[in-house]
Design a protein around this ligand. Sequence first.
Ligand code: C2E
Ligand code: CA
Ligand code: CA
Ligand code: CA
Length: 276
Amino acid sequence: VINNGGGKISSLSAASHKVLNRRAIIDQKMLSALNHQSFKVVYQPQFDLASGEVTLYEALVRWEDEDLGTITPDELIPIAEENGLIHDIGAFVLEEAATLAARWNEQGRHVDISVNTSVREFSNAQMKNKVIDILNKTKCPPSCIQFEITEKFAFQAEEENSIVLQMKELQDAGVEFALDDFGTGYASFRYMQHLPITKVKIDKVFIDSLTTQPKTQKLVEGMIRFCKSMGLYIIAEGVETKEQYKLLEKMGADAVQGHYIGMPIPSNDIQFKDIK
Ligand code: C2E
Ligand code: CA
Ligand code: CA
Ligand code: CA
């Protein structure tokens, strides 16, 4: 409760109280929800332009609660970062993803799965071992798994060596890394310079105004050219229209993802057929 002694509590609006309250409830319920299978993973396809096929699905976490409704990752991840449950959530999502990727691999399907993670998780010296344990347990080849790294939660300079080491060891095992939300953070170039990244995802904010703002178009053109010169595989996210799709194809993007290609869906609903 916020109370600075002088009856100031009333200065907080009713709306702010509601937000604080919801946040507190989410925080409080999270562990039990995780232990009682209220967390789910949905998968969104990524369409590779050269092959004309969906070559990857991105795992996205969901939490459905009777009282709170759907709690989105944007709401729950920052709280999980604070209460420490981010590690358990990360392990849950990876285990689900690896189980599915192992099944697909067994069936002879060449489709990878990517898992979102904050770069800070890799500062933990045990991260590599934890990932390898889950891949072994699920019999998932490391080459079927990818991590999408965000810079939302920046790391400290002294953590860098450990992060690079953990990532390189996983990369040697066959895991790939994509830099997520490219262009939105202040550290994109630093990450590109030091981390073993082979792919880049251009953030949705740039795709949103791609076909309406000439400036954005120039910016995305430049990003693609620059990333190509670095030898990176370029994915555009948040593609919602045919116009965006066509333009990105013309500009030389390697892959597209977004509602135009497919929504995030439960694994049981995934059907393997060509999109065009
Ligand atoms: P992101 O990695 O940039 O993922 C893309 C987000 O945009 C997803 O939202 C996706 O459902 C949504 N999206 C995809 N295509 C379109 C489109 O065409 N139009 C619109 N309007 N939206 C689209 P979501 O699932 O709510 O996830 C939000 C963010 O939360 C993700 O952003 C990611 O950074 C984070 N996140 C999701 N799952 C996890 C997870 O398991 N672990 C961690 N650490 N973060 C996660
Ligand atoms: Ca992502
Ligand atoms: Ca792979
Ligand atoms: Ca994004």
